[in-house]
Design a protein around this ligand. Structure first.
Ligand code: HEC
Length: 486
């Protein structure tokens, strides 16, 4: 039979040892191989305290129903074993966490739950062995049991997520329970990627990495190597023997060089024995930032993004990046005008990518370029298809009123080229189809101005060979289709 005196001393000892674990085993430190060995036993060890707690709980339930104290010894001994088995599991878990590879926020939470469960089991032992006094009250008993059992459920769930991934337990849980157990996914909150056309690469990606991985030594409080990385100002005003950042040249930037040193190199950043290691993906992201100019105001959407970077950022929750007209905040179109346009035989569709942007097709241009509907909807139309219509160079002037055009198809029309002046200054124009129209070399002066053009169709037009050569050099990024097999 465990006495109350014994259980109190037990509580004191357990408390001291738990404080020791919490403060002496630094999760970001490195464990030696013998501790790693114990660490790996953690997932097995964890079952012992769970079983002991369940046995103790069942014993006390039976006690209650039989209104006897026959099972008291079982309850006390099980609780005593639960706290010591739990303590071992906490030690093993702390060593395991030092081997790294687990999300740090989950680990910390899981560890505190483990510590909490062990401590409350020791406390519960004091409560159940108390003969009288405050510990004997029903309330104290209930709260203590709730702490131990509730802690086991939530702490165990966190452990499950660490080994099997987030949402492992909650995936099939009833909705109510899921609300209690679900946590925001840190993969989706680490970087700010929700508005890539507004957020800068520095604010959204670079700064979070530097704050997480470097600022403990190079931050507001400490400036190791007289370097601080916590603000734009601190970064840009750093003076060292070597340039910290050389725009466009990661290989000449000390910041990149030091994080790219091989594991174990004495100058490696973050230093091997001290800090959270930096992941390969983070290094790639920082290099990408420096390669693209180490700018503090370029937005995520405006920087060219290689596939590797896009893949990394997608994992962090980057959705499709809206560029060009899709990044604009266009007011929704007037539905009454759309209806009236349709009645005149103009076909109007909403572009799936942008709810406010329209694609329009018609064969009688008077209706779709000049009418009152065009006046009201010109700022929403981004694709216009006038294939085989009655378009002329004169009526084409109306397209000047559609500032967001990205695709213009005037194939098979009678235009000769001067009408193109109306769209040559359009900022977003990237597709122009002149196939089978009457355009000739006079059109070139207008086409040359369309710097954003990526596709140009000139098949069966009167544009000369020399004219096409001239266009190719003026618009090197444009794919020019002349119908010839290249
Ligand atoms: C645990 C502390 C610690 C962390 C974390 C840390 N550093 Fe350092 N860093 C130092 C110390 C100490 C020095 C000075 C000694 C030296 O140069 O090695 C230093 C020096 C540097 C220097 C050289 C500065 C100069 O002008 O000579 C760079 C660059 C650097 N760190 C980058 C980083 C980056 C980037 C990170 C984050 C990925 C980082 N450090 C994280 C401790 C740290």
């Amino acid at each position: 039979m465990i006495s109350q005196r014994f259980s109190r001393w037990n509580l004191v000892l357990i408390t001291i040892l738990l404080v020791g674990v919490a403060f002496l085993i630094d999760p970001s430190g490195r464990s030696s191989s013998i501790f790693r060995f114990f660490g790996r036993l953690h997932p097995a060890m964890i079952h012992f305290p769970i079983v002991f707690v369940i046995v103790a709980f069942m014993g006390s339930v039976v006690n209650r129903f039989t209104k006897s104290e026959r099972w008291d010894s079982l309850v006390h001994i099980s609780l005593f074993l639960a706290c010591w088995a739990g303590l071992k599991a906490v030690f093993a878990g702390s060593w395991l966490s030092q081997t790294g590879g687990y999300p740090s926020d989950l680990i910390t939470l899981h560890k505190w739950f483990g510590i909490g469960i062990v401590w409350s089991s020791a406390f519960l032992l004091v409560v159940t062995t108390a003969g009288s006094g405050i510990f004997q009250t029903r309330m104290v008993r209930l709260v203590s049991w709730a702490a131990v059992l509730g802690g086991l459920v939530v702490g165990g769930d966190l452990g499950g997520q660490l080994t099997h991934g987030r949402g492992f337990v909650t995936q099939y849980a009833p909705a109510g329970l899921r609300l209690v157990l679900e946590h925001p996914d840190p993969m989706k909150t680490r970087f700010d990627l929700s508005t890539p056309d507004v957020t800068t690469v520095y604010d959204g990606i670079v700064s979070p990495i530097l704050m997480e991985k470097c600022s403990s030594c190079h931050g507001a409080d400490r400036g190791k190597g007289s370097l601080r990385l916590h603000t734009v100002e601190a970064i840009t005003t750093h003076e060292g023997d070597e340039p910290l950042l050389t725009a466009g040249k990661p290989e000449e930037s000390l910041l990149i060089k030091r994080i790219e040193l091989p594991e174990g190199h004495e100058d490696q950043m973050p230093p091997m024995y001290n800090a959270k290691p930096i992941s390969h993906a983070d290094v790639e992201l920082l290099k990408w930032w420096v390669s693209s100019g180490a700018s503090f105001d370029q937005t995520i959407a405006s920087v060219e993004m290689p596939t590797t970077i896009y893949t990394i950022l997608q994992a962090y929750g980057l959705g499709g990046i809206r560029t060009g007209v899709f990044a604009l905040d266009v007011a929704p179109p007037d539905t009454a005008l759309i209806a009236s346009w349709r009645q005149k035989g103009v076909s109007v569709d909403v572009l799936a990518e942008g709810e406010s942007l329209l694609s329009v097709r018609c064969t009688v241009v008077q209706d779709c370029i000049w009418g009152p509907e065009a006046d009201g909807l010109a700022a929403n139309v981004t694709w216009i298809d006038l294939r085989n219509s009655d378009l002329t160079d004169e009526s084409m002037a109306g397209l000047g009123r559609f500032p967001l055009l990205t695709r213009v198809n005037v194939a098979g029309t009678a235009i000769s080229g001067s009408g193109l002046a109306a769209i040559s200054g359009h900022e977003y124009l990237d597709y122009l189809n002149l196939y089978g129209s009457m355009v000739d070399d006079n059109a070139l002066q207008h086409i040359e101005l369309m710097k954003k053009l990526t596709s140009l169709y000139l098949w069966q037009t009167k544009v000369s060979e020399e004219g096409i050569a001239r266009l190719r050099s003026a618009l090197p990024q444009t794919e020019i289709d002349t119908g010839d097999a290249k």
